[in-house]
Design a protein around this ligand. Structure first.
Ligand code: SF4
Length: 586
């Protein structure tokens, strides 16, 4: 098939391996079977983790994998994204995180589908990659610098991935930042990079991605763009291209599912202060976005300051009862500079606020975030994330997390598919693994009843598999407010010269998903980890205006979770019935 031979269509067929302990660097062919059966990005990274998934996240041999997809470098829309894969120090699960920026495109231009970093350097280093090779340079003078200063130090590089002080200091939710402002935000992979003493990676290249059938790709691209243009969620009057993801602020308030006061309420009276229209008005926000994306859903100021997304405004806002937009924007900028995940930072502060009986004030917020990044004072405990912090303070019940990953800004009492998906997610409480907000709130591709569990087990399973494919292509989930796997299968077939059907892609997604779950189960995770914090089963949210936000019916939740396990081919406790599952995978 097309992945055999020197440079296959779609892929480059090579991985760059860098061992920071020994300083050795070499490129190695990636088996064609891995590329065709795991695609790239998340899937390829998950396959590459097979020999390492049992290692501690901070074990020197733990790989930190940067992987691109077969559509990167082609005209396929939104597909120039990057996946970073490792084991998370925050959740201890297998973890992947996707980001935009030029890094993926440049890595592929340098001739690689993946960069695999192992080992730990004895001093801070920067890895510089070009199409002619790679080298490690001393980065001692950059250690301690914020992200923007680090990026500026590599002015001649095409693209930079860097950590800030949070990653250097082992904050368990440190991010990796791209030079264009995109974040490998969640799961603390910046701490894995910091532990390896790798301050930055630069990459430059000029190689092309080979496309098997350019005419077929052009038609697939036109088809995808037609569906984007027809989607109200993408290009509509109130869509994400217009207002960015903060377009969701008013919608979540109207649905009474905006997490407020550390999830004790679901409505914040002043949330309109930081809605999409408010951000546009106060900052003269202009369109911004990921490289090679026609949607451009991100927003920035005319001076180029990146403005926060929905999750960030809502969690620094409602979750912490802060209603001043400028304070929220400053907190977002500080997190980006320090290399901190905004969602976990805000949620950890909210949980801490509940324990001490006072949420962080607008004036102390900046100091607290800096203290976390540098692990000073209270920041040292807050750097561990909400679960560990709350446990150490004797209040484990206030950590609103699943598998130690803090829940994002969709209250599960207002969307039962979301409640299930938070729990079945392999990387912890994440909205993007199945993205049920799409059908439960945005009515895409069809509306489902948000207050019912009926049918959700199957819908979540299918969505998880589809999203594993999207993360492996590596495309953006927002594309699927318009297009579907059918159009992306066509684009992939045109690029690779191998006919992928949507059904085949779903089988690939299922393989990736089950492989991740297998790793987690082998590392001690069980059905007792696939559960929401107790609060959601016992306390109500903010009912009103004819909408009741009730506690979730635990019996019904557990019944649907059991159904989900069965649909996945697992036993009633979510375990594998075949201990040789991995051995049967390509
Ligand atoms: S839709 Fe937004 S998040 Fe997705 S690739 Fe485009 S700019 Fe990035």
């Amino acid at each position: 098939m097309s992945v055999s031979g020197k440079q296959p269509f779609g892929w480059q067929g090579q991985a760059l391996h860098v061992n920071l302990s020994t300083g050795t660097i070499h490129s190695q062919p990636i088996p064609g079977e891995w590329l065709s059966n795991y695609l790239g990005g998340r899937g390829l990274g998950v396959r590459m983790m097979r020999d390492y998934y049992r290692l501690d996240p901070f074990d020197p041999d733990m790989p930190l994998i940067f992987a691109v997809g077969p559509l990167c470098g082609t005209a396929a829309p939104t597909a120039a994204r990057l996946a970073v894969v490792s084991r998370s120090p925050l959740t201890n699960t297998i973890y992947d995180c996707s980001a935009g920026g030029r890094f993926a495109y440049r890595l592929k231009q340098a001739g690689y589908d993946a960069l695999v970093v192992t080992g730990t350097s004895s001093r801070p280093v920067a890895l510089n990659i070009t199409a002619d090779g790679a080298r490690l340079d001393d980065a001692t003078l950059l250690w301690g610098e914020p992200v923007s200063a680090t990026v500026r130090a590599f002015a001649n590089a095409s693209s930079v991935a860097a950590i800030g002080p949070a990653g250097e200091n082992g904050v368990l939710y440190a991010s990796i930042m791209m030079s264009e402002g995109n974040a490998v935000g969640r799961g603390g992979l910046g701490a894995v990079m910091g532990h390896k003493k790798l301050k930055a990676i630069t990459v430059k290249g000029d190689r092309k991605t080979r496309v098997a059938d350019p005419d077929r790709l052009r038609l697939a691209q036109q088809d995808i763009m037609r569906l984007f243009r027809a989607s109200p969620v993408i290009f509509g009057e109130l869509g994400i291209a217009e207002y960015g993801t903060p377009a969701l602020v008013d919608l979540m308030a109207q649905r009474r599912m905006a997490p407020t006061d550390n999830f004790r309420k679901t409505l914040f009276a002043n949330s309109s202060n930081y809605s999409g229209p408010a951000i546009r008005k106060h900052f003269a926000a202009r369109k911004d976005g990921c490289y090679a994306c026609p949607i451009q859903c991100k927003k920035s100021t005319p001076q180029g300051e990146h403005l926060p997304e929905y999750e960030t405004v809502s969690h620094f806002g409602a979750l912490n009862r802060i209603d001043d937009l400028h304070t929220i924007v400053k907190a977002n900028t500080l997190c980006n500079e320090m290399g901190l995940d905004t969602i976990t930072a805000a949620a950890t502060l909210a949980a801490w606020g509940e324990i001490r009986g006072e949420f962080p004030t607008a004036t102390e917020l900046g100091e607290l975030l800096a203290a976390i990044a540098h692990r000073n004072g209270d920041g040292d405990l807050l750097a561990l994330g909400s679960r560990r912090m709350a446990q150490q303070l004797g209040h484990p019940e206030v950590a609103m997390a699943v598998k130690s990953l803090e829940l994002p800004a969709y209250d599960p009492r207002g969307a039962y598919g979301m409640a299930l998906a938070y729990c079945t997610s392999n990387r912890g409480g994440c909205h993007l693994r199945a993205y049920p907000i799409s059908h439960e709130i945005l009515r895409k591709p069809v509306a489902t009843d948000r207050f019912s569990f009926a049918g959700k087990a199957r819908i979540i399973k299918i969505a998880e598999d589809s999203n594993a494919v999207i993360d492996s292509l590596v495309a953006c989930k927002f594309s699927f407010f318009g297009a579907s796997l059918e159009e992306y299968a066509e684009a992939l077939s045109a690029v690779t010269g191998h006919d992928y059907s949507p059904q085949e892609l779903k089988r690939i997604g299922e393989r990736i998903y089950l492989t991740e779950r297998f790793y987690n189960i082998e590392n001690g995770f069980a059905d007792t980890d696939d559960i929401l914090p107790e609060r959601f089963f016992t306390e109500e949210g903010s009912s009103g205006d004819g909408i009741s936000i009730n506690p979730i019916d635990r019996t019904r939740f557990l019944e649907e979770r059991r159904k989900y396990y069965r649909i996945r081919g697992l036993d009633d406790h979510g375990r594998f019935t075949d201990s040789d599952f991995l051995g049967q995978q390509p």
